[in-house]
Design a protein around this ligand. Sequence first.
Ligand code: AP5
Ligand code: MG
Length: 190
Amino acid sequence: MLNIVLFGPPGAGKGTQSEKIIAEFNLFHISTGNILREEVKQQTPLGMAAKAVMDAGKLVSDDIILQMVEKVIQEHKHKVKGFVFDGFPRTIAQADGLMALFQKLGLSLSGVISLTVDEPELINRLLKRAQASGRTDDTEEVIKKRQEVYRNETVPLLQYYQERNLLYNVNGMGTIEEIYQNIRNILQKL
Ligand code: AP5
Ligand code: MG
């Protein structure tokens, strides 16, 4: 199996690049943000609990996220060639949880692709997307909050995966196609 984490700040292009990866490598996309937005739309108890947290740009609790991810992996692991995690893990507790889950299921993480983009460009992209996305967290204030939460809670994962020799850095500035070619070169070697 090819199991990869696509890592990066809000607006780095995780969703955009995931689409290209799953199409070419035939992998299953697990975006915790997309799953949560669907729960909000369906007004499930989970969605109702998560909405305020998401609208504030903060992180949904690790327990909820890990349960959600386990359910999707359990449902699909026998039918797929691997998973692309997008927007997960976001905390050390989530990363530890993923390792424990993989161990339990006899799976392993192939690599973590980290997209690097400078903050003014991230904010620019998300403000531009705000006009069409309908995402309630794409307002200037919440976009800035999401960047701050990323810096404080998610950046430590870079070192976590570096220490485990799983980290691959990719320049996330440039055209979508250029960035994808660099990701592809890495995936072909994993
Ligand atoms: P989530 O849905 O994961 O959002 P995010 O991390 O804030 O990231 P985005 O989806 O905004 O950006 P992206 O990196 O996918 O970029 P995209 O490809 O869209 O999370 C949302 C919320 O859910 C969180 O705040 C939290 O509350 C909760 N949540 C989710 N996961 C969680 C977890 N694990 N734990 C706890 N809480 C969790 O690109 C952005 C824009 O730029 C697009 O318009 C795109 O077209 C454009 N673009 C892409 N690439 C380029 C390029 N190369 N050049 C120019 N424009 C580009
Ligand atoms: Mg996304």
